[in-house]
Design a protein around this ligand. Structure first.
Ligand code: NAD
Length: 290
């Protein structure tokens, strides 16, 4: 298959590499020094989203935020104006469900297929092709995208029509964000109470408090290794989508609003580009100077 891949960051690089390794012709944008290895592995670097759209029948996006997706799709030299007839666009970025419905409408009105298919599982899941994928779109678009998604992920669920994949991802990010805060508070209490946080974490694994967050992010908090991973700035973007959705529905999500504030504090303190497990630093800064 001829597959375009736009957005070669922490997640996009390993994902594109799996597609190349699976034997597909992969057309890449933007190739920077960090993504040069993809060209060496057999991918083709192209100069614009439009060039990618002209070269490929399936176009995958893995971009930071809603405005980036809008620019790549509909901006100058964008994907939309250059798509092959009956192409399939799969947006795997985490962006606004509301904007997604508009983007999908425009792409589908031009005779193409659309799937929003954001992911969970982080950099590790991208590298091991074990991502959880939540999809929104028509059953036909889902069926068409499935063989490609199976190269990238393990648990792949068709939630419903366009936008529903992004709604599921927002739900995921609420749970991840609040669980990170819970683990940060628990391990901080352990440390200040004089109990070894590493031993506390170890003791809790396998009990009701166990979670991927306790395992993975708890370990990062204890080791104080905050290389992204998933940047706090990107997680605040997702929590902002949750806050916006709740406001639009006149729905109170008090702890979601609170974690949004704590993420803003982290970003204000200069930690926006650290992994989201660094929220433990923000928490601790409220009680003790570093
Ligand atoms: P990232 O910032 O590392 O990568 C984004 C890439 O997109 C960068 O390489 C950037 O140069 C590129 N880009 C931006 N605008 C572009 C444009 N106009 N044309 C071409 N390339 C452009 O982000 P990431 O961590 O890889 O995340 C990507 C998406 O996946 C985000 O929506 C994020 O929320 C989501 N996500 C990330 C993780 C994670 O753990 N990192 C996990 C799940 C979902």
């Amino acid at each position: 298959m001829k597959i375009g891949f736009i957005g070669l960051g922490v997640m996009g690089r390993p994902m594109a590499l799996h597609l190349i390794a699976a034997g597909h012709d992969v057309f890449l944008h933007r190739v920077k020094p960090a993504s040069q290895a993809l060209v060496e592995a057999g991918g083709t670097a192209l100069n614009s989203p439009a060039e990618v759209a002209a070269a490929a029948e399936v176009i995958i996006l893995m971009l930071p935020d809603t405005p980036d997706v809008e620019t790549v799709l509909f901006g100058t030299e964008g994907v939309a104006g250059a798509l092959q007839p009956g192409a399939l666009v799969i947006d795997m970025s985490s962006i606004s469900p509301v904007a997604t419905k508009q983007f999908a409408g425009k792409i589908e009105a031009a005779g193409h297929d659309w799937l929003d298919a954001p992911v969970s599982g982080g950099e590790a899941g991208a590298k091991t092709a074990a991502l959880t994928i939540m999809a929104g779109g028509t059953p036909a678009a889902f069926a068409r995208a499935l063989p490609v998604m199976q190269i990238l992920g393990k648990r792949i669920t068709h939630i419903g029509p366009a936008g529903d994949g992004q709604t599921a991802k927002v739900c995921n990010q609420i749970i991840v964000g609040l669980t990170i805060q819970a683990v940060a508070e628990a391990l901080t209490l352990a440390e200040w109470a004089g109990a070894d946080p590493a031993k506390v974490r170890e003791a809790l694994l396998g009990g009701f408090a166990d979670s991927t967050i306790l395992k993975v992010h708890g370990e990062r908090m204890i080791a104080k290794t905050f290389d992204p991973g998933f940047r706090i700035a990107l997680h605040r973007k997702d929590i902002g989508l949750a806050v916006d959705a709740a406001r639009a529905l006149d729905l109170a999500l008090p702890n979601t609003a609170m974690i949004h504030q704590l993420m803003s504090a982290a970003i204000g303190q200069g930690d926006g580009d650290l992994d989201h497990s660094a929220l433990v630093r923000t928490l601790q800064s409220f009680s003790h100077s570093a």
